[in-house]
Design a protein around this ligand. Sequence first.
Ligand SMILES: [Zn+2]
Ligand SMILES: [Zn+2]
Length: 122
Amino acid sequence: MSSNDLALDVCLQCGESRESVKANEYICGIMGGGEYNELIMDWPTHRWADWNDRELTAAGIKSGSFHKYRRTPIQSLPYSDCKDMVRGHILATKETDYRDYGAKIGQCIDCRQYPEIAKKAD
Ligand SMILES: [Zn+2]
Ligand SMILES: [Zn+2]
């Protein structure tokens, strides 16, 4: 379990509990868009069950790390730790990456670590 995990009675998509969904007849969706407060994502049904292996694979999670992400909110899955993702770190390779992503050459655009330096320190 990580601190990111949602409780068993909470929808992995909209983050509402079964109780509040029932009481308010909430549809499954996420509001956003600032002042317009519009629905930015929505799903036909709420999702109470843990993510299965196929879904975590589709989200880019390594099979050895599935157990950490069974109850991670759907919006957080794309921002999982680089070490748990099949893609690994995304290293900045050119000077302009600093302007575009705020990462220097050899630094990960996503998590801001320097994997080569971290490796040497191990
Ligand atoms: Zn929902
Ligand atoms: Zn990284």
